[in-house]
Design a protein around this ligand. Structure first.
Ligand code: PRP
Ligand code: URA
Length: 209
C-alpha cells in the first residue's frame, strides 16, 4: 500500500514484545513507549526538509545542512498518544505540540471529541499525529479530519500497533497521509480491541483501570 510503512527494525520489534507482556508495569511501559516513539520517529522523519547554512568550525567556515522551514507539530491523540510526545520532542526539541482529545464510546466504539487545539499556522507545518493504537481506525480518521479541517496539509501518523481493519479504514479515508506502524497485528475482537495487542494503552500508560 502506498504511504503505509510497517517498521521491521529488530529494536522496535523487541520493545513492542516487552510492552505486550501483561506483567510489564506502568513505569517500564511508559519508558518503552517513549523509546519506541524515538526509534519510529527517527525513521518517519527521514524526509524532513533541509537547507545549507554557514557555520564556523574551529578550523574554518563551511556550509552544512540543518532542518529548514516551520517547526513540525506533534499532535497526540489523548490520552495514550501523550506517551509518545517526548519521544518525538527528543528528536526535534523545537517541535510545537497540539492536542486532540477523543475517546471511544464503549457501546458503538465510535470516537467522541472532547478537546482539540493545534499550533498555528498548521497549514505550514508537517503534522505528526501520534497514538499507540490503531484499532477500528475511527479515532485516527477523526483526528486527521480535524487537522485537515484546520488547514493541515502534510500529515504523518505514527501507531505502535495497528489492526488490519483500522489501517484499511484510515488509508481509504486519507490516502495522502503517510502511516507508520510498529507492528501490524492479527485482528480486532468483538469489543474492538486489538489481538494480540497490549490491552488498553491509556490505562497501561497512566496506571488507570
Ligand atoms: C484508544 C487509543 C486510540 C483509540 C483507538 O484510546 O489510544 O486513540 O483507542 O481505537 P479506534 O482505532 O477503534 O478508534 P481510547 O479511546 O481508549 O482513549 P484513552 O486513550 O483516553 O484511554
Ligand atoms: N484502544 C486500546 O487502547 N487498545 C486496543 O486494543 C484498542 C483500542
Amino acid at each position: 500500500m502506498d504511504n503505509v510503512f510497517v517498521m521491521n527494525h529488530p529494536l522496535i520489534q523487541h520493545k513492542i514484545s516487552l510492552i505486550r507482556k501483561k506483567e510489564t508495569g506502568t513505569n517500564e511501559f511508559r519508558r518503552l513507549i517513549e523509546e519506541i516513539a524515538i526509534l519510529m520517529g527517527f525513521e518517519a522523519l527521514r524526509d524532513l526538509p533541509m537547507e545549507e547554512v554557514e557555520v564556523e568550525t574551529p578550523m574554518e567556515k563551511c556550509m552544512t545542512p540543518m532542518l529548514s522551514g516551520r517547526k513540525l507539530a506533534v499532535v497526540p491523540v489523548l490520552r495514550a498518544g501523550l506517551g509518545m510526545v517526548s519521544g518525538i520532542t527528543t528528536l526535534v526539541p523545537s517541535a510545537k505540540i497540539g492536542h486532540i482529545g477523543l475517546y471511544r464510546d464503549p457501546e458503538t466504539h465510535e470516537p467522541k471529541e472532547y478537546y482539540c487545539k493545534l499550533p498555528d499556522p498548521i497549514e505550514e507545518r508537517l503534522t505528526v499525529l501520534v497514538d499507540p493504537m490503531l484499532a477500528t481506525g475511527g479515532s485516527a480518521v477523526a483526528a486527521v479530519d480535524f487537522v485537515k479541517q484546520h488547514g493541515g496539509k502534510k500529515i504523518k501518523c505514527m501507531f505502535i500497533i495497528a489492526a488490519p481493519e483500522g489501517l484499511k479504514r484510515l488509508h481509504e479515508a486519507h490516502p495522502d497521509v503517510q502511516i507508520y506502524i510498529g507492528h501490524l497485528d492479527r485482528e480486532l475482537n468483538e469489543n474492538a480491541y486489538i489481538c494480540p495487542g497490549l490491552g488498553d494503552a491509556g490505562d497501561r500508560i497512566f496506571g488507570t483501570k
